[in-house]
Design a binder for this molecule. Structure first.
Ligand code: B12
Ligand code: SF4
Length: 517
């Protein structure tokens, strides 16, 4: 019989301390499901668990018991440096540390330098193995991963105590995270799920979870974390319809355009769906996702715009996602086309990501690494916006940022904000769109991009870094990390601002080739 462990779990939904209004309103709603799942699995093994969802306002050291034996941290790459600093801090107090989540999946080689365990796909057996072994593995942690995604995950009922404590931090809108499937049948080359087979979870459990939820909250709001919601559309709708009367729960989902046909939208509306986030990605690439096939350019803009306007007749909130800087794009035209899309589709909120290659997330990243196009920006900036770590194929950096600035300016100009306000019918979407446009996402990003653009001309070491003529991380980024990590910065391990951007490629090469390179 193993002694009872004091286990701390930290869900890092943000990369450092913040005071931003948007963060205060929304961060708790971005809580991940897996840290809560891990909590349930640790309890099942008989251990004591304290889970903290870090939204940027808590003092993590104070919130966890002083003498935790083992700390699990869930982190996106943007929060990797905070995770490394925390691991260092808890190790200094004698704890064993474990990293899971997108960063662990994408950069295991680097994360092993700072954690005793680094987990890829995680199921109950993997967690049990860690708990039984729970030893120091230093200087390099052990990389453990299940062969595939888990087939069962504890639902809302089992995770409730963690969900409840997290939602206390969400002052207005409270979103419960649920998931009904893993992987995706599509194969968008840049995506982490392009090679993970689609696999639904138990639809009967979804019904039971929703039945439970309507007893807890008057009108619950559910955010689906499925990589692509609604692949088994009828099964999903039946699971929802069996749980509660139509339109008694509000739902938000990320779904590809190809799944959002008019009959599907009618049923989504009937069942309380309030927001969808389809990916358009590019006017010249990835047509399979939006079902526009080989159509490109203005033809695709017209077709997708008509489709999104149709979605907006059924659902009150739509965010359309774009990736800027894909290899299929060239010149100002892709950006100008997005502006035309905004004119033609004034109600949809445009979400932009700069092309990013997250380590071993997608096979396409090997191609970028082979072409020596991946830059080693500190992880802190890899959030799809603060750094684009793939050198664009058809743009110089200044040209690329000029286009990004022009598009961001256009998208969040007062003209577009007013048009968006008018085109939305209901109060929450109207307010959300204005808040997003005037806060860090709209005007905040614009200011940041302008500063990057200015430095590309004026700051020589900065420009040389972008041009891959120097590997030294520019002072601009180092200072920002220092400022944004706050007190955690003192715990940042030496060398953590650097990582090997070719680690994935090197690991894939046969040993002889790796030695030669
Ligand atoms: C749902 C989702 C969201 C949701 C929910 C986020 C959340 N906190 O979970 C929302 C919309 C809020 C979101 C926001 C963002 N997202 Co997002 N998101 C996804 C998505 C579509 C699904 C992830 C998911 O939940 N899968 C289901 C879980 C069960 O499976 P899994 O993620 O594979 O996790 C497995 C293991 O990694 C492990 N595991 C996962 N977490 C943990 C935690 C612990 C402690 C342990 C032990 C194990 C463990 O167990 C799981 C089972 O095997 C993925 C893309 C995709 N197709 O996967 C992107 C993805 C994770 N997001 C991404 C990004 C970049 C972002 C944003 C930065 C975007 C932005 N600019 O705002 C923000 C950051 C938000 C934040 N810090 O919380 C990237 C992450 C890349 C990276 N290395 O960091 C991904 C991979 C998409 C991409 N670009 O390729 N996202
Ligand atoms: S449809 Fe979405 S989740 Fe599926 S592979 Fe493409 S980007 Fe990834």
């Amino acid at each position: 019989m193993q002694p009872k462990l004091r286990i701390g779990i930290i869900d890092l939904v943000t990369r450092g301390p913040t005071r931003a209004l948007w963060a205060r309103t929304m961060n708790a709603n971005f809580a991940s499901i897996m840290p809560q799942v891990v909590g349930v699995w640790c309890e099942a093994e008989g251990h004591d668990v304290t889970l903290v969802c870090y939204t940027g306002f808590e003092n993590l050291v104070e919130e966890l018991p002083t003498n935790v034996d083992l700390v699990f941290i869930g982190a996106f790459t943007e929060a990797a440096l905070s995770a490394y600093a925390l691991s260092n801090l808890f190790r200094s107090r004698g704890a064993i540390t474990v990293l899971g989540g997108p960063h662990a999946r994408c950069y295991p080689e680097d994360a092993r330098k700072h954690f005793d365990y680094v987990l890829g796909f995680t199921d109950q057996t993997v967690i049990r193995d860690v708990l039984q072994d729970r030893s120091r593995h230093r200087p390099y942690g052990v990389h453990l991963a299940a062969a595939r995604q888990p087939t069962v995950l504890p639902g809302v009922r089992e995770r409730w105590r963690y969900i409840e404590s997290t939602l206390k931090k969400a002052p207005i809108l409270k979103l419960v995270g649920m998931i009904g499937s893993l992987g995706c049948p599509y194969t968008c080359s840049f995506c982490i799920d392009s090679v993970v087979p689609y696999q639904p979870l138990d639809f009967g459990e979804i019904t039971k979870d929703l039945q439970f939820l309507v007893k807890q909250h008057r009108r619950p709001r559910v955010g689906w974390h499925d990589p692509n919601f609604g692949v088994r559309f009828d099964d999903y709708m039946e699971a929802i319809e069996a749980a509660a009367p139509p339109d008694s729960i509000d739902f938000i989902a990320e779904s590809s355009l190809s799944l959002l046909s008019e009959p599907h939208l009618q049923r989504l509306k009937r069942n309380g769906f309030k927001a969808v986030l389809p990916g358009i990605e590019s006017w010249y690439d990835l047509g399979n996702k939006s079902k526009t096939g080989k159509r490109t350019g203005m033809d695709k803009v017209n077709e997708v715009s008509a489709h999104v306007n149709m979605i907006m007749r059924y659902l009150p909130y739509v965010q359309t996602n774009f990736v800027l800087g894909l290899d299929g794009d060239q010149g100002p035209e892709p950006f100008e086309l997005t502006k035309r899309f905004i004119d033609l589709t004034p109600g949809a909120f445009p979400g932009y990501s700069l092309l990013s290659a997250f380590g071993r997330a997608a096979p396409l990243n090997l191609e970028y690494q082979r072409g020596n196009r991946v830059l080693g920006f500190p992880f802190h900036f890899l959030d799809n916006n603060h750094a684009m770590n793939v050198r664009p194929k058809h743009y110089s950096w200044p040209e690329f940022y000029d286009n990004v600035i022009s598009l961001t300016d256009y998208s969040f100009s007062w003209r577009s904000i007013v048009n968006r306000f008018r085109a939305n019918r209901t109060k929450i979407p109207k307010a959300m769109n204005v808040l997003r446009a005037i806060s860090s996402e709209g005007s905040g990003r614009l200011k940041y991009y302008k500063e990057v653009r200015r430095r590309l001309d004026a700051d020589v070491p900065f420009r040389r870094y972008f041009e891959q003529e120097s590997d030294e991380v520019p002072a601009f980024f180092v200072n920002r990390v220092q400022r944004e990590l706050g007190e955690l910065y003192q715990w940042l391990p030496a060398g953590a601002l650097y990582h090997d951007p070719h680690a994935y490629l090197k690991a894939e090469q046969p040993p002889a080739a790796a030695v030669a390179s």
